[in-house]
Structure formats: structure tokens, C-alpha cells
Write a protein that binds this ligand. Structure first.
Ligand code: GUN
Length: 287
């Protein structure tokens, strides 16, 4: 039997509607700052889509464009300005940054209270411990999507392929916190199929088009495709969708699967940062 194909757009819309309702009548509205350094086609598209979601739910977006020639110190100065700006609730520095810039240093400069990506060591650490409100968006989106699809995570063997800061590492930790047995595979893993074939849940976050073949999964596996690869005008995931969907029990498509969930979690994180900073009237602790 063919797999259930998860409608990420529909699930994401539910999250956006919830946040939109919570923000009805809110004044001032939250503001999310997007920092784009230099020109990167993919970053431009991601930021545009995220800003569209902000508009839909009543979050202001502030686009901060910095030239590729900016030094690390100049970028840090801008982030400090945004940290100090009481009208700014969330800050995203769109990655990747130009190669001369140290991403870790930049992310550390973002106030953890405005770190809507959940990449700051404070939020990342909390995510690892299974506490706190701000988790990296893609990982949070995958866990949300699995739960909403009725999957019981406890005791499942999850194989995460990829170990990036943005997806693989936080996702493997979050699945561990859900009581999955987690195996993390990566570019240096020898004999990948031997691991993926054991998995109840395979999460692909590699960036290689159609890498996961039907022969690499067991029958009835749950397959989460986090890859976004461009093939001409077309977007394809890391999963060979057609054949894999005939063997899996549940699968996420690309586009329309994890992507919209990532953006929905960003909106949720922005709302949480806004709520914690402005609504809980705890500005001393957070300044
Ligand atoms: N580049 C690709 N995905 C992301 C993301 O989720 N956040 C940021 N800041 N940059 C990205």
C-alpha cells in the first residue's frame, strides 16, 4: 500500500492560524529582524517566504541588508544594535555567511532572548536537555509533524542522516528526548544502507537529490525528507520519492512537507520570544 503523504502546508497553516489568533489586537505587534549579508539566491528566497508568513499572522519584518564587504566586527555591531532595540523581538542572521565570517561567533552575539532560530548555545543547550521554549525550527517542525501525524515516538529506532547545526544535531537530540533510540549517520558513515534499513523512522538531511532509495528502507518505515535540492526549476528532496513512497508507511514530500513546518516553527518561536519579553513583564531579567 502507498504511504500516507503528510501535508506540511496544512499542518503549518494550523500553527499560523493559532499564532494569528493569539496576536489579534496585540499592540505593538512583534517585529522580526532578518539580517542578510551579501547576496545569496537561496537566502533571498527563504527570507522572502518567512517574511510572507510574518505578514500573514501580524508580525512586522525588518529587513537588514549588509554588504558582503562587512567585517565580522561590523556585523557584530549591527547585531548588538538589534539586541538593544526594544522594538525588535527576534533576530535571524540568514546562513550561510560569507566564508571569511565565523558563524559561531556571530550566532553567539544574538541575544538568546531574540534567537528565534534556536541556534545560540543557550537555546541549543536547553534543546539538548529537553527544556526551554526555543528549539531549532526544522527539528521542532519534524517532531511536531510526526506527533500530529499520530506517530508514537517512544521506543522507535530513528536514523538521522546528517549532523548539521541547523538540522541533524538538534533533531537527533529532540528525538532522543522523545525516547526514540537514535542513530546519527553522516558523510563519513561506512555502509549507510545497513543503518537506514533498521530504522522505523529515517530522517534525511543531507542535501543530495534522491539519495535514499527504496532498497535502503524497511517496509512500512516512516520517511522524513528534509533535503531541498534544486534541479533546474524543480525542487527535489533527498528521497527518491516515487519508489520510496510505495514501500514506506508515511512520507513527507518536497516541496510541501518539512519546509512549511520549519517556517511555522519560526513564527511560533518569534511569538514565544515576544511573549516572554513583552507580555511577561520581566524586562529586567531579559535586558
Ligand atoms: N539557512 C538555511 N536554513 C536556515 C535557517 O533555518 N536559519 C538561518 N538563520 N539560516 C538558514
Amino acid at each position: 500500500m502507498a504511504a500516507v503523504v503528510v501535508d506540511g502546508n496544512k499542518l503549518a497553516q494550523e500553527v499560523l492560524s493559532e499564532i494569528s489568533a493569539k496576536l489579534e489586537g496585540a499592540s505593538p505587534k512583534p517585529t522580526l529582524a532578518f539580517v542578510l549579508v551579501g547576496k545569496n539566491h537561496a537566502s533571498e528566497i527563504y527570507a522572502k517566504k518567512k517574511a510572507e508568513d510574518c505578514r500573514k499572522v501580524g508580525i512586522n519584518s525588518l529587513l537588514v541588508r549588509l554588504p558582503a564587504s562587512f567585517t565580522q566586527a561590523q556585523i557584530i555591531n549591527k547585531i548588538r544594535e538589534l539586541n538593544a532595540d526594544q522594538n525588535v523581538d527576534g533576530i535571524i542572521v540568514q546562513l550561510p555567511l560569507p566564508p571569511k565570517i565565523d558563524e559561531n561567533k556571530i550566532i553567539e552575539e544574538i541575544s538568546p532572548h531574540k534567537d528565534v532560530d534556536g541556534f545560540h548555545p543557550y537555546n541549543f543547550g536547553n534543546t539538548a536537555l529537553g527544556v526551554g521554549k526555543i528549539a531549532p525550527c526544522t527539528a521542532a517542525g519534524v517532531v511536531y509533524l510526526l506527533k500530529k501525524s499520530g506517530i508514537k515516538l517512544e521506543g522507535k529506532h530513528a536514523v538521522v542522516v546528517g549532523r548539521s547545526r541547523i538540522v541533524g544535531k538538534p533533531l537527533s537530540l529532540m528525538l532522543l528526548n522523545e525516547n526514540c533510540t537514535v542513530t546519527v549517520c553522516h558523510s563519513k558513515t561506512k555502509g549507510l544502507p545497513k543503518y537506514t534499513r533498521q530504522a522505523d523512522i529515517v530522517c534525511m538531511a543531507v542535501g543530495k537529490p534522491r539519495m535514499l532509495k527504496a532498497s535502503m528502507i524497511k517496509k512500512g518505515a516512516i520517511v522524513i525528507d528534509i533535503g531541498i535540492n534544486r534541479e533546474g526549476e524543480k525542487l527535489v528532496g533527498d528521497v527518491d520519492f516515487g519508489p520510496v513512497s510505495r514501500k514506506a508507511s508515511l512520507i513527507t514530500p518536497v516541496p510541501g512537507g518539512v519546509g512549511p513546518m520549519t517556517r511555522a516553527m519560526l513564527i511560533k518561536n518569534t511569538f514565544e520570544c515576544y511573549r516572554m519579553r513583552r507580555m511577561e513583564n520581566d524586562s529586567k531579567k531579559l535586558s
